[in-house]
Design a protein around this ligand. Structure first.
Ligand SMILES: Nc1nc2c(c(=O)[nH]1)N[C@H]1C(S)=C(S)[C@@H](COP(=O)(O)O)O[C@H]1N2
Ligand SMILES: [Mo]
Length: 201
């Protein structure tokens, strides 16, 4: 996970309690990707929910844009130690996606999948009850390709590698299956407040 140079800003009075241990505050928005930015053809874009290997719901881009969109402003924390406050997103809450699909989460674990082959695992409980969304806009504009556009998972209370860019589906799994970084030494859960950066933290 390569990091890029940036200058940390010291949190002001009243902000320091929002900065998890070992993190620096940054004003810019670093880009971190394991590989090149995939070209996502909107005509072929789709978002699929799977129960294990079985697809249970699927939306085209046209269908997805008709789902209820809400705004979510949250602090985000990258494992490479930058944090950014008040990032303003809009998108479709995972709760609303499940409601539209007419299903209750079938298993306790979820693996997010992306167009670049990236995966990341999140307990299903961390995606529901207003905690996570499929974001389609950042600061009022479509998410740029480098930040995961047209759509990315946003799970702001966990380290940012859990927020899969270029997301194309969520797969409910019986076991907690490690994703791309989790199989390469990063923590299975990734709570910034407990500094769960690496395996065993
Ligand atoms: N599909 C995909 N999602 C991804 C990544 C990636 O390489 N591929 N990198 C992750 C990591 S390590 C981080 S910190 C954030 C970075 O998001 P940003 O580039 O918008 O800052 O995206 C995460 N989501
Ligand atoms: Mo990251």
């Amino acid at each position: 996970m390569a990091t890029r140079g940036f200058f940390g800003k010291r949190p002001s009075e009243g902000e320091s309690d929002r900065l998890p241990p070992g993190q620096y505050l940054t004003e810019d928005f670093p880009v971190l990707s394991a590989g090149p930015t995939p070209r996502v053809d909107m005509e072929k874009w789709s978002f699929t929910l799977k129960d294990g290997v079985r697809p249970v719901a699927r939306w085209s881009w046209d269908e997805f844009t008709k789902l209820p969109h809400v705004k979510l402003t949250r602090d985000i924390h990258c494992v490479t130690k930058w944090s950014k406050f008040n990032t303003a997103w809009s998108g479709v809450m995972i709760d609303d996606i499940l409601a539209e699909a007419g299903i209750a989460p079938p298993t306790a674990f979820t693996l997010a999948h992306s167009f670049d082959g990236y995966t990341t695992n999140v307990p299903t409980a961390d995606l529901v009850d207003g905690k996570a969304m499929i974001a389609t806009a950042y600061e009022g504009k479509p998410i740029t390709p480098d930040h995961g556009g047209p759509a990315r998972l946003l799970v702001p209370h966990l380290y940012f590698w859990k927020s899969a860019k270029w997301v194309n589906g969520l797969q409910f799994t019986k076991r907690d299956e490690g994703g791309f970084w989790e199989l390469r030494g990063y923590n299975m859960y990734g709570d910034p407040w407990r500094e769960q950066r690496f395996t065993g933290d």
